[in-house]
Design a protein around this ligand. Structure first.
Ligand code: ASP
Length: 296
């Protein structure tokens, strides 16, 4: 459905995707590694109120922005994640600090924020994340039963015109990385944690197979460990990344869920299946060709 975005809005989304891609790509072409690339790319999207991550995150049932993020290194299977945080300006960098500076994988709530601060990660007041349009979306839906999905993939109704962000990358040394960051779902229950910070559900990377970042109704991705499943289908069944990623989204759809994912294999093949009307997406391939798109 194209009616929900004006041509100006569409351009703003595509330009921001393009800017983020260019930053990640230039790190890779200058010999940087895939972890630096995915973190930098996701930070650009977190800083933009256009997407449902960092600034511009959706509101939970108490009217608060409560964010989740993760990052994974396919070279050594190290991973870090944070959940239900309110003051870490760039949640993906908080996740990276957990991966690199702690012996843990996932920190949540106050502890995650305290740890990020100790690591020198930028802390901001919760009001930093406020976005007027998002707030209006929440006010319009807050008395409805349950949460409404905030899939970045989905543009059909105003309250769904939101956007979890993610990035996957392969560097010149053959190392894969994935990162995912989100405000979760609009009007979610306080303390609700989605798939985005759960390694194997909304984020996964393994140099043997692929790197994956998911978006959509997180509960469906958690219950089927979709990000890991894509990797496992490649490893155990010899699927291509396109076959495995398509199968992952098929499983989400079979249970009644909606969403999409981005995946790249260790040869640089890219797959971006989704079962929604649209998904903000883009890539630059190893030939340097760039694509950005929203609708099917
Ligand atoms: N997957 C995210 C969550 O469930 C939401 C989204 O991708 O829009 O928290």
């Amino acid at each position: 459905m194209t009616g929900a975005l004006t041509p100006e809005q569409e351009k703003a989304y595509l330009d921001k995707l393009s800017e983020a891609l260019q930053i990640g790509y230039s790190i890779l072409t200058n010999g940087g590694n895939s972890i630096d690339s995915v973190e930098a790319t996701v930070r650009v999207l977190e800083d933009s109120p256009l997407f449902n991550a960092g600034k511009g995150s959706v509101f939970n049932c108490e009217g608060k922005n409560e964010m989740d993020a993760s990052i994974m290194n396919g070279k050594n299977l190290k991973a870090g994640a944070i959940a239900a945080v309110h003051t870490i300006r760039n949640p993906v960098s908080g996740a990276r600090a957990v991966m690199e500076k702690s012996s843990h994988v996932l920190l949540a709530g106050d502890g995650a924020e305290k740890f990020a601060k100790e690591c020198g990660i930028e802390i901001v007041p919760p009001t930093y994340f406020y976005d007027e349009e998002r707030h209006q979306q929440w006010l319009a839906t807050k008395d409805m039963e349950g949460a409404s999905w905030a899939g970045d993939t989905y543009i059909a109704t105003p309250e769904k015109k939101l956007g979890t962000v993610g990035c996957v990358a392969l560097d010149s040394a053959g190392n894969l990385a994935a990162a995912t960051s989100t405000g979760g779902v609009n009007n979610k229950k306080f303390g609700r944690v989605g798939d985005s910070p759960l390694i194997g559900a909304g984020c996964y990377a393994d140099n043997k197979t692929c790197a994956v970042s998911c978006t959509g109704e997180g509960e469906y991705f958690i219950r089927q460990a979709i990000a890991f499943d894509v990797s496992a289908l490649m490893e155990y069944k010899g699927f291509s990344v396109l076959q495995a990623a398509t199968e992952g989204i098929k499983k989400v759809a079979q249970l009644g869920g909606e969403g999409g994912l981005i995946a790249i294999d260790n040869q640089g093949n890219i797959a971006v299946p989704f079962n929604t009307s649209s998904m903000f997406r883009g890539w630059i391939n190893s030939q340097g060709e760039k694509f950005t798109g929203i609708f099917r």
